[in-house]
Each structure stands twice: as C-alpha cells, then as structure tokens.
Design a protein around this ligand. Structure first.
Ligand code: PDD
Length: 288
C-alpha cells in the first residue's frame, strides 16, 4: 500500500505530493515542524506536541494555518490513510507559504501545511537498551534553538559527522565547553550519586517532548533530578548517559568520543527509564 501525503487540503500519493518552488520553507527555511510518534494509530503526547507547535508558530509570528481541532482531524486522517499499524511517526510542517522571493514576510501568502507518515518497527526494551556511541561537535546553530524550525543545516552536518564516526548521534558543544543537546535528541547524564542531569530548556535547546515526559517519569519514580548544563568532561566521567527523542525514545549512551561511559554498558537507571517510557507509550496508545 502506497504512502499518502497531505498537502494543503489534499491527500496525494507520495510521489505526486509537492510544494511550490517559491515556498518559503524551501527558500528560507521559513517554517516549523513536529515529529510525533504514533502508537496503535494514536499520536503520543499529542497535546504537548501541539502546544510546542503553537509556541514555534508564535515565535516566528505565524498564525495557525487552521484550527487546532482541524489540524488534529488531518493528523488522524493522515495516520489512517498510511496504515501505520503498531507504530510509526507523523511528520507535520507549516511554512509561511509561497511568494515571490523576498526576505520580509509576504503580504498575502497562504501558509503551506504538509503531513507525511510512515510505519516504524516498534521499539522494545531490547532494541532501545543496547547502548549507542556519540561524538561531540561544535554547536554552530543560531540562538533560537527552542524554536522547532526547519532550518536544520547545522544538525544535518553534525549528524553526518556522527554517522561517519560510526556513531548514532552527535552531541553539540557550546563555546563554554558545555553540551547543549544532540542533533535530533536531548542529552542527559546520571551522576555517580544517582542524580539525573539535563540542560535547562532555555533558548539553547529544543524542549523535547520526550525530555518532558522523562522528567515526569523520573519525578514520579522519586529519582533525583536537576536541570543544569554539563561539560564534555563531566559527561565522559558520568556514571550513565542517555538521549531522549520522539523516534529514538530513550537510549543509553555507552561511548562519548570513543571513551566508555561508566562501565561501558547501559546503566541501570537508564534501563529502568526505558521500561517506564515504553509503558508511557503503551498508555498513550490506549487513550481514546
Ligand atoms: N528531533 N533536540 C533536537 C535538536 C531535536 O531535533 C529533537 C527532535 C529533540 C527531541 O525532541 P522530541 O523529544 O520532542 O522528539 C531535541 C526530531 C525527532 C527530528 O527532527 O526528527
């Protein structure tokens, strides 16, 4: 069964789906996006994703292209038409629309809305639990990383460094030598004292929905948790490290720049968080 894309009011076979050549998303990266996990046809943490979309749109001074209720219906229909089965991901993008190329906002352009969806194999405790390697790269992004904009060139370059190093992810490092986040995930460590650490969600990072869910899970489990930056050296010397994101969920980091983290095997706290996070996704897949 072929994939179906939603583009500006129409559901089209993927191959035929297109946007205009002067779309501002294409020419200026003038747009925002969300990636939402889908369990049993239901978007995971949907309200949190739509709240973040609302924030991204507001920060770029873009209105909603349709009501929140209408957007939810289009999401449901895109999911339905793509037969995601047990698990998948929904991609949603809103741009300022197509207009003759000129930097300032166009007076009249109609916003472009695109949605695609694809099935993914359902992550399990085993598949998530095997550790990953990360490399560190300089964080060369702009100063509004809290906005989920489609301007992703710096993270594209960073991820490629990771791939070429045989690693799963690159952790970006600011001018103070502190880790901001991964190219497509948030960065965490667990200290020798068992405290969970992740950077505060300011303008230097994207406030991940998985990050927020993990904070909630950690709090409910009574784990000690603090929001503060950590250096590359601290991460390499930490007891455990892990990443969080919608599609990667929670994955233990066992090597940073080739240096083993802790025992060099997935840490106990991280493995427990993986289990609890999978429970959370299961619960979201049962919501009505
Ligand atoms: N990436 N930080 C960055 C820079 C990201 O791009 C992402 C998500 C995250 C984690 O956010 P969340 O938990 O809401 O997925 C953090 C998505 C998945 C992507 O670009 O594909």
């Amino acid at each position: 069964m072929g994939r179906i894309a939603y583009v500006d009011g129409r559901y089209l076979p993927h191959q035929q789906a297109a946007v205009r050549v002067e779309d501002r998303g294409f020419q200026f990266a003038d747009g925002v996006y969300e990636v939402i996990a889908v369990r049993r046809g239901r978007p995971v943490d949907e309200d949190d994703h739509l709240d973040r979309l609302d924030r991204s749109l507001r920060e770029l001074r873009m209105p909603w292209p349709m009501s929140r209720r209408a957007l939810r219906l289009v999401m449901r229909e895109t999911i339905r038409r793509n037969h995601l089965g047990a698990f998948g991901a929904l991609y949603l993008q809103v741009t300022r629309g197509a207009a003759p190329r000129s930097h300032a906002f166009p007076a009249t352009a109609k916003q472009t809305v695109v949605m695609t969806a694809r099935p993914l194999s359902l992550p399990t405790a085993e598949s998530l639990g095997c550790g990953i390697g990360v490399v560190t790269v300089a964080d060369i992004r702009w100063k509004r990383c809290d906005v989920k904009s489609v301007s992703l060139l710096a993270t594209v370059l960073g991820k490629q460094v990771a791939v070429e190093a045989g690693c799963y992810e690159a952790w970006m490092v600011d001018e103070q030598g502190l880790i901001t986040e991964g190219t497509a995930s948030n960065a965490w460590i667990v200290t020798a004292g068992g405290e969970l650490v992740t950077r505060r969600a300011d303008t230097a990072i994207l406030n991940g929905i998985t990050r927020m869910a993990t904070i909630g899970i950690a709090r409910a489990a009574g784990l000690r948790f603090v929001e503060r930056p950590f250096s590359v050296a601290e991460a390499k010397g930490a007891a455990e490290a892990f990443i969080t994101s919608t599609t990667s969920m929670i994955r233990p980091v066992i090597r940073i720049d080739g240096v083993a983290v802790g025992s060099g095997r997935p840490g106990g706290t991280t493995v427990r968080l993986v289990d609890w996070y999978l429970d959370h996704v299961e619960a979201e897949g049962r919501t009505v």
